[in-house]
Design a protein around this ligand. Structure first.
Ligand code: PXG
Length: 460
């Protein structure tokens, strides 16, 4: 590939004109950005020619890996046929119909209708509005409160950020929207009491939902929202007891369950949706990212038949929609993406090969002096770095050691993301033994180099 500019020029122009998402802009400009110019399968390349193994699938997204020709061709053909038309005024088009049908086929059986958007944040905004609209139509307009969890990430629009449980985001958009409450997240390693087993802790964390429902009054609660596995919050995997108890509580109080599957959708846990892995019955599933493997932006909400029936039973509009709801090219790419995932049997492959391979690889690091816990489910994994393995004491200034480690990963030609001092990964579904071996070697070297940097801070 020929570059119009050299790396240094890209960096300079980027610093002059480009405001990056979720960044410390001052230090970003001082350090300079990495310029990524190409991707192929499990690898990406930077402008200086380094090949990098992409342990994050872009950003929890490129489930098929990079630069699949068939996806590009699907986009090209659709652009020639019908590049854009809206779905607002009594119109539809073939790709959106076919995709909605396909999604209904792979989703849990009560979810048969889809409302489309372009980002996960948008889909969560849509879900929030649908949930409140539903209860208003049912004659229970007081049911407005949506309970979610601390450290949840549901997006960056103000509504999705309000539903998210990230305190630093709430500070930026203060005051955040009313009507959201946040309970503890099911993070056994960080939150369990001395001697509390994962099973006991899972029940306690789930019962925080019942406590909150009772505290705010069950008649005011509309829904519970959660990611089947908390992703950006640090790949926090709930103990086995958690989701069944959440489902029991949701059923007991008759509130809606929103599963945010923006990360867990489309095979990541070895099922089409994470809800199917955990055996929960959501009334709404929000999805984005891997529905197209990230080749084009597309998102949506899968909606329970009972919600749709309520909407249909009333003489009322749902005043909501996006120009790009059901964009034809994005839908055509999504259809092709799902077709390839199915053809290559990648969803069962995660269960049979990817998940055990990841768990086995991570387990090799659990005795490393820096590592407090390794955990994984499906193709989501985490390595938690601590200053004291025995007491689980964290390093001072959370995030500092995570960044040191992330830089060493980069140096080793491997990408993992740092969530404070937890290193997380979400590889594409296509990894073979070769990529797991490469990742293992890179992690080993990067952890050892990080250890050299922080050895003086470790507990004796
Ligand atoms: N829900 C979940 C569970 C997500 O992970 C969103 C909603 C919002 O999606 P959009 O498409 O609006 O970004 C996400 C997005 C990170 C990181 O640093 C994670 C996300 C986005 C950006 C960065 O891990 N997840």
């Amino acid at each position: 590939m020929t570059n119009q500019y050299q790396t240094a020029q890209y960096r300079e122009l980027d610093a002059l004109h480009h405001l990056h998402p979720f960044s410390h802009h001052k230090s970003l400009r001082e350090a300079g950005v990495r310029v990524i110019v190409r991707g192929d399968g499990p690898y990406i390349w930077d402008s200086e020619g380094h090949r990098i193994l992409d342990g994050m699938a872009g950003l929890w997204t490129a489930n098929l890996g990079h630069s699949r020709r068939e996806l590009a061709e699907a986009a090209y053909q659709q652009m020639l046929e019908l590049p854009f038309y809206n779905t607002f005024f009594k119109t539809t088009h073939p790709p959106v119909v076919a995709l909605a049908r396909k999604l209904a086929e792979i989703a849990p059986e009560n979810l048969n209708q889809v409302f489309f958007g372009s980002s996960g944040s948008e889909s969560n905004d849509t879900a929030i509005r649908l949930i409140r609209h539903y209860w208003a139509l049912k004659g229970e307009p007081k049911r407005k409160i949506i309970i979610s969890r601390k450290n949840a990430y549901h997006g960056s629009t103000i509504a999705a950020a309000s539903m998210s449980g990230m305190a630093h985001m709430h500070l930026h958009s203060y005051p955040v929207y009313e009507g959201f409450r946040h309970i503890m997240d099911p993070y056994w390693y960080g939150e369990a009491k001395d001697g509390e087993s994962p099973a006991e802790f899972g029940l306690r964390a789930a019962r925080a939902l019942e406590d909150e429902i009772l505290a705010v009054g069950p008649e005011n609660v509309a829904a519970f929202a959660g990611e089947p596995v908390e992703g950006a919050g640090g790949v926090k995997i709930a103990p086995e007891t958690y989701w069944p108890e959440i489902q029991r509580i949701v059923d007991k109080y008759g509130i809606l369950l929103l599963a945010d599957e923006v990360i867990t959708g489309f095979g990541r846990l070895g099922t089409w949706f994470g809800s199917q892995h955990y055996g929960i019955r959501p009334n709404l599933i929000t999805f984005a990212k891997a529905v197209t493997s990230g080749y084009l932006p597309l998102s949506g909400v899968l909606v329970d038949d009972k919600i749709v029936a309520t909407i249909l039973a009333h003489d009322d509009d749902f005043h909501h929609g996006y120009t790009f709801s059901g964009h034809p090219v994005a839908c055509a790419v999504a259809l092709k993406n799902l077709e390839i995932i199915e053809r290559e049997k990648l969803v069962p492959r995660v269960k049979e090969f990817g998940a055990p391979a990841l768990a086995k690889m991570l387990a090799k690091f659990k005795d490393h002096p820096l590592v407090g816990e390794v955990r994984s489910v499906g193709l989501l994994g985490a390595i938690e770095l601590v200053a004291d393995k025995r007491t689980r004491r964290r390093f001072d200034n959370p995030g500092r050691v995570g960044l040191i480690c992330r830089d060493h990963f980069f140096g080793e030609g491997f990408i993992m993301r740092a969530v404070f001092d937890t290193m997380v990964m979400s590889p594409p579904l296509i990894w073979t033994e070769t990529q797991f071996d490469e990742a293992e070697a890179a992690i080993k070297r990067a952890l050892d180099l990080t250890l050299e940097n922080v050895a003086g801070e470790l507990a004796a």
